[in-house]
Design a protein around this ligand. Sequence first.
Ligand code: KIV
Ligand code: ZN
Length: 387
Amino acid sequence: MDRVVRIFDTTLRDGEQSPGCSMNLDEKVMIATELESMGIDVIEAGFAAASQGDYAAIQAVASRVRSSSVAALARATANDIDAAAEALKKAVSPRIHTFVATSKIHMVHKLRMSEQQVLEHTSRAVAYARKLADSVEFSAEDAGRTDPDFLVKVCRTAIKSGATIINIPDTVGYLTPLEVFSLISYLRIHVPEFDSVELSIHCHDDLGLAVANTLAAVEAGATQVECTVNGIGERAGNAALEEVVMALCTRRPYFKVIDRIDTRQIAAVSKLVETITGFRLPPNKAVVGGNAFAHEAGIHQHGMLASKETYEIMSPEQIGRDEHRLVLGKHSGRHAFENHIAALGYHHLNEEQLRLSFSRFKVLADHKKRVSDQEILSIIDSVCRFY
Ligand code: KIV
Ligand code: ZN
């Protein structure tokens, strides 16, 4: 039987950490409502101690959302954890998410703590958080560059102190998919408690590997994936929710996992986040880009007209878009051209009219990236007038 993978969305927290991408309270509630409706398991609403605005947004999201868990981030200090717990008071299913850096680089330069001190800090923070919430997630910040044996100790310490979810962040997007697979496999072998505690993955996209790394973690047995809508987030961003979810859905027989996401809401959520943040999607963005379901090459268009399966591994309808777009450009073939003009209402051109219209269209398309319907109509008009 396929196992369950939980989807943790951090658009409102890590996503908002994208330079130039802040959202106001109403916008955050709007996004959270959409995320809840699409079936996200956990919505991370903010970093409670970071600002008054973050605190208020967590409170508002916690009051509004009923069927997803709501998480708030906290450094491993009593003040931060208190702020998170307080902000989450109205949540039906609150989660405190606390973290400590565990890589040598962070321990030496940022925390100035020894391994022993980091273990004690972890234990104290998790035990304290656990007094305030039943669901406590612990993240080993920069786990991707942490010595795996020390990471094992950190995970076991956090679990012993009460953590119910352990998150493994590749904070700086350093790992490759094979390394992630090995690390998660190693942790599953050496932390037997993972049989009863969630094992989560959180990847950044500095090398463009966040989605691939997240999927590698799923293959190795991760039970929760952390991602953001449109992949927004610190620096190059986080693993893109829509890409992870559609990979798991499209390749379900391969991954053998299920989630609760209603994929038909993906396009709408993506658009909402794009509009609110002002972060425009490139046309070739996987799954939600403007060209994700567009076909211009003649051979592709011919194939699509015969059967959509020839060039599409998922349908636009699956993500809530309503059409395939056969784009007419210089690569388009006569078959697609005929279909297109038929859709514009021109079914009855004779052979000569069709030949001439198509050849004039090709001349124009050679000079322009896209030929508009208006231009196609005027070609047909002029051809039909004389032939
Ligand atoms: O990237 C990271 O390490 C984080 C943690 C706080 C989970 O965002
Ligand atoms: Zn992060």
